[in-house]
Write a protein that binds this ligand. Structure first.
Ligand SMILES: *[C@@H]1O[C@H](CO)[C@@H](O)[C@H](O)[C@H]1NC(C)=O
Ligand SMILES: *[C@@H]1O[C@H](CO)[C@@H](O)[C@H](O)[C@H]1NC(C)=O
Ligand SMILES: *[C@@H]1O[C@H](CO)[C@@H](O)[C@H](O)[C@H]1NC(C)=O
Ligand SMILES: *[C@@H]1O[C@H](CO)[C@@H](O)[C@H](O)[C@H]1NC(C)=O
Ligand SMILES: *[C@@H]1O[C@H](CO)[C@@H](O)[C@H](O)[C@H]1NC(C)=O
Ligand SMILES: *[C@@H]1O[C@H](CO)[C@@H](O)[C@H](O)[C@H]1NC(C)=O
Ligand SMILES: *[C@@H]1O[C@H](CO)[C@@H](O)[C@H](O)[C@H]1NC(C)=O
Ligand SMILES: *[C@@H]1O[C@H](CO)[C@@H](O)[C@H](O)[C@H]1NC(C)=O
Length: 808
């Protein structure tokens, strides 16, 4: 009944986009099958495209910058459609990686000569260009592709803050002031070290300009005593291997070892005076700063979030810029699990609450003037009147709240047995917060606004239709590009907030992809809530082969990620990738099943917390339980002797734990790509959040390590480990240790294969090695499918060797 209703609504909703979308993954309506080449070998033709616009602040809301066909930068207004050339193609540096437009739009800061570092960080040279004349100058004359970060002052087109050699500098119309001079291998100023970049901030900088541009708050990381992990690069991008590998000496704190210490500094830019902020929320060796945000319209106050080392307690501390006086404004004991670092703090200012039925006119007509400027001219509001937005899962579900700076009161903006997934825009003029949430289902994302003055919550899309939505809002919040991300073929539309139901125009239709898919016979994807005996539901995504016939038997591949707080099963359009390939090629025809085990995200705090202190156990049990569920649910279709599991990173770890469980009647083979093998080998800040320290939880660390070989020895099929030797994240050491455990433990070459990938990092892409990864996985699935089957295969018919699809 429910399903029928949904379909009707979908038809209405979808009337905007042509052809209409349906609330399920596309099935195709033709006969072609997906090939190795189009999904994996040379992918791209069947990918959904997304237009990402960079909104610019200007006199008119709705201006954004985009690339014209010839490469020039264009300003376009979404209302009028007027375009003006901002910078013609001939003036654009040829090898640029990124750019930032100055606040007055008269200049551009270009990053050129890019060299990747870690996940977010990179080295580059920077150019400052005058838009009117096209003239460029180097940010600094002597840079050698070694600048780590650079950004405009948000209020001045004369000033850039940048980091080089781990020191902070200010560029002011070409004159450069060095702010710190202690930067070096042991001290990082204003940029994160490896572990803060990867696990805490997820970005390449650790500096924050005050809204008025007069101050910079930044963190410094002292690596003294942090142990060094050495990574050898055997080829080091050369054709011929150097006699001695280049060695990267990486400050990388492993579980239980010394962490970097962190210090907070405030720079008064005009005075060039630096004030350290004394931090005593936790002792220096027990402190992680997870978030820093200005909570002001100018520069008088900032807030930071201080976690203890194992991130199960937090204190939010408000700092007075002038006096550096610090006040703990909120704190929380989260030792029933762990505390996530959502980095959601956004300053709002004074809030005048109105009851929801005393609704005033929409939008701007509030007589309050522009939201942003308030506070500044109005004198100094006290801390009990000034609010900031933050997320918290203290209720058991992640929700939005406003908190006063003094910490005495809060306003609940959202509540219920569901979670806010992302904050998309805070519009202080209209007094609205736009967010996506799982209100309809953990695997879905619908877009809403909530007014922080009236509390009124308004959906911007039809919440009854299963879908994943997101949006990008213009700088003044009047317009947004709404993205339908699935389950059907994605599209984007431009809307005005005045009339969310009527799109102004389609931005991306993906019509060509939609048409191309009609010619295919695609695997059939369905979603399930698996009722687990522990009383929770596990989200599952089942992909049946394109040529599925209920009377035929098919091998199965479980494809989990499974890490704490992560989500793999959602209703976004599923890319037509290798997973789709193995469900399509008649030579393989695998069923795939992806299940989000306990510990994963978006099902509330209790669901996440079950794995605290004990990674790997419930997750593995849940995967095995799900495999049994599938075999029971589809007894005729599932070849119960050929259920395997493949995962990457945490998924590779989980694959190993599943095999270690030793239920060889259920799980026949495992493929572990870049796995963690023992949490003691991984970094402190991720691992201890979930496991605490080995000192506090020695048994937990023993249990969570892959340590028992019997399960590997008793596999019907085989176990494959793939790992890059240059993996700076999950070190090759994990595969080395796992290989030693298994070979030493008597797992024979008939069962075990360990493949290294020279110089590759965690994504395994060095020198085209990604192709080998998928060819090897395909080969393995093919062998598992034929294991124990005597019949001659088509490829070896009459002794004629026909190449397999992944060999072409
Ligand atoms: C599928 O194709 C057939 C004819 O090839 C057509 O009649 C039918 O309307 C199509 N269905 C959809 C859902 O496009
Ligand atoms: C492989 O894919 C590419 C890109 O889609 C295409 O140009 C090429 O013809 C394909 N090759 C084969 C052998 O199908
Ligand atoms: C580009 O960067 C490299 C370091 O990655 C440096 O050696 C080289 O000098 C830079 N080139 C220019 C033109 O700055
Ligand atoms: C870094 O830490 C070491 C050891 O605690 C200390 O001796 C040194 O002074 C610190 N460096 C800075 C710049 O604070
Ligand atoms: C606000 O505070 C600043 C300094 O913090 C002070 O100079 C100013 O007079 C204050 N304004 C009002 C209206 O109290
Ligand atoms: C809001 O304040 C109340 C009363 O002090 C407190 O119990 C509650 O936990 C606070 N909410 C959050 C999300 O911190
Ligand atoms: C589990 O999922 C079913 C079907 O979606 C739903 O009716 C039920 O309320 C869910 N139970 C829990 C505990 O979430
Ligand atoms: C952990 O395992 C090691 C090695 O097997 C053993 O020596 C130690 O006693 C174990 N510790 C705990 C707390 O189980």
């Amino acid at each position: 009944m429910r399903r029928f209703v949904s379909l009707c609504l979908a038809a209405v909703l979808a009337s905007a986009i042509e052809p209409p979308r349906f609330p399920h993954q596309p099935t195709g309506n033709g006969t072609k099958l997906l090939t190795y080449n189009i999904t994996t070998g040379n992918p791209g033709e069947l990918s959904a495209s997304t237009t990402s616009v960079t909104w610019v602040k200007s006199d008119q809301d709705g201006d954004f910058i985009t690339n014209d066909d010839d490469g020039s930068l264009i300003f376009e207004n979404v209302v009028t459609g007027d375009t003006t050339t901002f910078l013609s193609a001939d003036k654009i540096p040829t090898d640029y990686y990124a750019y930032q437009i100055s606040p007055d739009r008269a200049r551009i800061l270009w990053a050129v000569n890019y060299t990747k570092q870690y996940r977010h960080s990179y080295f580059a040279d920077y150019l400052v260009q005058d838009v009117a004349t096209g003239e460029t100058e180097s940010l600094i004359a002597d840079s050698k592709g070694d600048i780590q970060y650079a950004t405009w002052n948000p209020t001045s087109s004369s000033e850039i803050a940048f980091v080089r050699g781990n020191d902070l500098f200010i560029w002011d119309e070409g004159s450069i002031s060095q702010i710190t001079d202690n930067g070096g291998p042991d001290l990082f100023n204003a940029v994160p070290d490896w572990v803060y970049e990867e696990e805490i901030f997820g970005t390449d900088s650790a500096l924050w300009y005050s809204p008025d541009g007069q101050y910079i708050a930044f963190l410094s990381f002292n690596e003294t005593g942090v142990e060094t992990f050495t990574i050898p690069y055997f080829m080091d991008n050369q054709k011929v291997a150097p006699s001695y590998p280049r060695e990267l000496k990486l400050r990388y704190p492993k579980v239980g070892t010394k962490n970097p210490t962190v210090a907070l500094n405030i720079l008064d830019i005009k005075e060039k005076s630096l004030s350290p902020v004394p931090v005593d929320a936790w002792p220096a060796d027990d402190l992680i700063i997870g978030e820093v945000a200005w909570v002001t319209d100018d520069h008088d106050k900032l807030i930071y979030r201080a976690f203890n080392r194992v991130q199960d307690h937090e204190k939010l501390v408000v700092v007075d810029t002038e006096t550096q006086e610090s006040t703990i404004t909120r704190q929380r004991d989260g030792s029933d699990g762990w505390l996530d670092n959502n980095q959601a703090i956004t300053y709002i200012g004074p809030v005048e609450r109105k009851s929801s039925h005393r609704k005033r006119g929409k939008g701007k007509g509030k007589g309050k003037g522009k939201g942003k400027g308030k506070g500044k001219g109005k004198g100094n509001d006290s801390d009990e009147d000034r609010y900031y937005l933050d997320m918290s899962d203290v209720s058991g579900w992640n929700h939005l709240y406003l908190f006063t700076l003094d910490g005495r009161s809060n306003i609940t903006l959202t509540s219920g047995d569901w979670e806010v997934a992302s904050i998309l825009k805070v519009d202080t003029a209209r007094e609205l917060v736009y967010y996506t949430s799982t209100e309809h289902h953990p695997t879905e994302r619908h877009l809403y606004s909530v007014s922080y003055t009236t509390g009124v919550k308004t959906p911007l899309v039809d919440p009854s239709v299963p879908a994943v939505w997101s949006a990008s809002f213009s700088s003044e919040g009047g317009y947004y590009i709404l993205r339908y991300a699935g389950p059907d073929v994605p599209y984007q539309e431009l809307h005005t907030v005045e009339d969310p139901d009527k799109p102004i125009r389609t931005v991306t239709s993906n019509a060509r992809l939609h048409a191309a898919l009609q010619e295919y016979r695609l695997p059939k994807i369905t979603y399930h809530d698996l009722a687990h005996p522990s009383g929770v539901n596990l989200s599952a995504m089942l992909r049946l082969p394109a040529t599925f016939e209920p009377t035929k038997k098919y091998p199965v591949l479980l494809t989990p990620y499974g890490g704490p707080g992560a989500q793999e099963v959602n209703k976004a359009f599923q890319p037509l990738d290798w997973n789709a390939y193995i469900a399509s090629d008649p030579a393989l025809e695998y069923i795939t099943l992806t299940v989000d085990n306990r510990g994963t995200g978006y099902r509330g705090r209790a669901f996440r917390s079950t794995v605290a202190g004990n990674l790997g156990e419930l997750e593995a049990q849940d995967q095995i339980w799900a495999a049994k569920w599938l075999a029971a649910e589809y007894p005729d279709a599932v070849d119960a002797e050929r259920i395997g599991i493949w995962g990457w990173s945490y998924g590779g770890y989980l694959t190993s734990k599943v095999v270690e469980e030793g239920d060889s009647d259920t799980i026949a083979f495992g493929l572990a790509t870049a796995p963690v093998a023992d949490w003691r080998l991984y970094d402190s800040m991720y691992t201890e959040r979930y496991m605490k320290t080995p000192e506090l939880n020695p048994e937990g660390y023993n249990r969570s390590a892959v340590a028992k070989v019997d399960g590997f020895r008793s596999l019907r099929g085989s176990f494959l480990v793939q790992h890059g030797t240059g993996d700076d994240n999950v070190h090759f050491q994990n595969a080395a240790a796992l290989g030693d455990l298994l070979m030493g433990g008597g797992v024979g070459p008939d069962r075990l294969e360990v493949t290294f990938f020279t110089d590759s990092d965690h994504s395994i892409r060095y020198n085209g090695q990604n192709a080998f990864v998928y060819k090897q996985l395909s080969e393995r699935l093919w062998e598992e499918k034929r294991r124990g089957v005597a019949e001659e295969h088509q490829w070896s018919k009459k002794g004629l060797m026909v190449p397999k699809p992944w060999e072409v």
